[in-house]
Structure formats: structure tokens, C-alpha cells
Design a protein around this ligand. Sequence first.
Ligand SMILES: [Zn+2]
Length: 172
Amino acid sequence: MDYKTHRIGGICTGIITVTTFAVSADPSEKIVFSAALILGSYIGSLIPDLDHPKSLIGRKFKVLSKGINKTFGHRGITHTPLFLIIYSILIMRLPNIFQGYVKTIVQYFSFGTIIGYISHLILDFITVGGIPLLYPISKRHFRIARFRSSSHKNIITGLCIVIALIIIATNK
Ligand SMILES: [Zn+2]
């Protein structure tokens, strides 16, 4: 799946999260925290493809990306629930180096990256390539649908947007 589809998926997931859960009662805080979460979700949606040196994020961290790709391959370790858990534990420690208001913003941002990460795995989970769901017990790739990243990306992008709009519209 290309990064444009994942990016839309990440942003939509972020928007759904901030509309579904009360972020803050204070209007100005609500905007800042929501923006931090959505930005996080956008960035998080790109992280799993760090294992692909030609991906948007892979090109930014070439050495790391090539290393992961050589060791685990594309849709390898970074596309597993296990790695998501490890990543979540680590990233939720990040806010601890900040204090006060900034700490809260970083908390929303960090949480956002986890949500974006999940959106990426779900989107890859519905494509033919699937993801190694049970890694390291099994390297087999599992999928729940057979969308093709290349030919169905417009359908998937559209679905993400429609689902987000429905949730926003029905959330009062
Ligand atoms: Zn991927």
C-alpha cells in the first residue's frame, strides 16, 4: 500500500479518535491537543514502512531503513502486532522528558502515533500481501480481505474518508 493511502488512513483515524473521545473541555486546549494527536496519527501511519528503503519515511532514515529491510524484509517485523506493542511502550515514555503543558501535548502526539501505526497495520491487513500477524511464532502473512494496493487504493482511500465523515456526522 502506498504512503498516500496510509497517510489518509492515519489522518482519518486521528480525526475519528478526537471526535469520538472528549479531548479537553477547554476550546483552545481541545484544538492544540487534537492537532497533536492528528499529527501523531499521520506520522504513525508512515512508521511501519520504515522497513522499505524507498518509502517516504525509509528515504528519510536510509541507513536504518536499509538495515531493517535487509534483516527482516518489507512487511516484516515493523508490520507485526508484537513490534507495535514494543513501539507503544517506548513511545509512551517520550512525554516523560517534558513537563506541564508540553508534556500533555507530547502525550497526545505519542498516543496519536500509536493509533496511526494501528491504522497502517489494519490497511495492510486487508490487502493481498497481508501482515505477519503471529510473528515470531509464524512468519506467515495473514489477511482479512484481498484488496490490491495498486488498483484499489482509490476505493480504500474513499472508504477511509466516508467512514470518518459518518463518524463525525453521527457523533454529537
Ligand atoms: Zn506497510
